[in-house]
Ligand binder design. Structure first.
Ligand code: DAH
Length: 357
């Protein structure tokens, strides 16, 4: 009796499995597959040899061979997955961005994680001071209609006071009807409208945000800058309440040796109006170049809300009164950190930015 063609099948299968596990690339695996399970493979040759077996042995042998073939096919599949996942890791590794030090003009800038800029930090410190005094914080849109930026603030079309703000117009709707807000005062209007709608007066709020003016940048002005607006609408409010808030704020934010003063001024939305000034933080009031030898630095404007403004949003000026103020966040940062030239705020020189990390 001749030996069965399958007598060393187990041995052959384990050799095939070992060989498959040694294959080390997807290409090599693809090439090895036809020779192992294809038409000319050992398994197919064995398959053909089954014809020589006695019929009663054939089905058993066929089943053994079938199961051997399945094992080999599974081994191919498993190896394919392994190699594909190795290839994926490899390509991820290759695509990895090198976020290390940056070298510009032979100067090495060490890789660092970012941090909030000086304006964002200043804004949140200012908010903290006012929140501690009982104010809430709100924001308004940067693109405004003429009505919010001017008209509701007691400046009808062609009012000469509009010239106080060099305005950027947005090309939307009728000419000169949509503006980049020139100050944060229009947010007062949004807030009062909302308070009227929701019947939630009184109102004690500050409103920080970005503003825009067609100004040529210089050491004390930028075309894009930031203000924080304040508004109180309540019963029995007077100018002395305003003066008290300004002084409390000044000492809390700038320190006990800095004080404030109010000087008569004109703004269409407040009556009376004032400019508020603080002791020059550079010379502490003795006079220097920054304060033009006056000892004082102007920070912003303020006043008692004009009844015409309350009227524009439907608040009864006989029952309610209010005061408002608005000043530059950038100017506060400049004064507190003695930044000689405001343009440093937008130049993105890392040597400047890193001082505030
Ligand atoms: N909006 C004014 C400006 O940007 C500043 C200002 C003045 C705001 C008086 C006020 C105010 O709320 O009452 O020049």
């Amino acid at each position: 009796m001749s030996t069965s063609p399958l007598h060393d099948l187990d041995q052959k299968v384990s050799e095939l499995l070992a060989a498959i596990s040694e294959i080390d690339s997807l290409d090599a695996l693809r090439e090895a597959e036809p020779g192992t399970i294809g038409k000319r493979s050992i398994l197919s040759t064995l398959q053909k040899s089954l014809g020589a077996l006695a019929p009663e042995d054939r089905s058993d042998a066929g089943a053994r061979l079938q199961s051997a073939r399945r094992d080999v096919e599974n081994a191919f599949e498993a190896r394919r997955e392994e190699l594909a996942s190795v290839a994926r890791l490899h390509s991820l590794e290759q695509d990895r961005l090198e976020l290390g030090d940056v070298v510009v003009d032979n100067v090495r800038f060490p890789a660092t994680t970012g941090h909030p800029g000086i304006i964002a930090v200043t804004q949140s410190q200012l908010e903290d001071v006012f929140v501690a005094m009982g104010f809430t914080v709100s924001e308004g849109p940067e693109v405004e209609s003429d009505w919010y930026n001017f008209e509701a603030l007691n400046m009808p079309p062609a009012h000469p006071a509009r010239g106080m703000w060099d305005t950027f117009y947005v090309d939307l709707g009728d000419p000169e009807t949509v503006v980049l807000r020139t100050h944060t005062s229009p947010t007062q209007i949004h807030l009062m409208e909302e308070a009227v709608r929701s019947e939630s007066l009184p109102l004690h709020a500050v409103m920080p945000g970005r503003c825009f003016r067609r100004d040529a940048p210089d050491s004390r002005h930028l075309a894009t800058f930031h203000q924080i607006e304040g508004l109180v609408v309540d019963r029995g409010i007077g100018f002395s309440d305003l003066a008290g808030v300004i002084e409390t704020f000044t000492r809390s934010y700038f320190g006990p040796d800095i004080t404030s003063r109010l000087r008569p001024a004109f703004f269409p939305f407040t009556e009376p109006s004032a400019e508020f000034e603080i002791t020059c933080t550079i010379c502490k009031g003795s006079g220097c170049r920054t304060c033009s030898q006056t000892g004082w630095i102007e920070l912003g404007g303020c006043g008692v809300v004009d009844p015409a403004v309350l009227h524009a949003v439907g608040i009864d000026a006989d029952e309610w009164g209010g005061f408002a103020f608005g000043f530059g966040i950038d100017r506060c940062a400049q004064m507190r950190h003695q930044i000689a030239d405001m343009r440093a705020l937008i130049e993105n020189d890392v040597r400047f930015l890193e001082q505030f990390s």
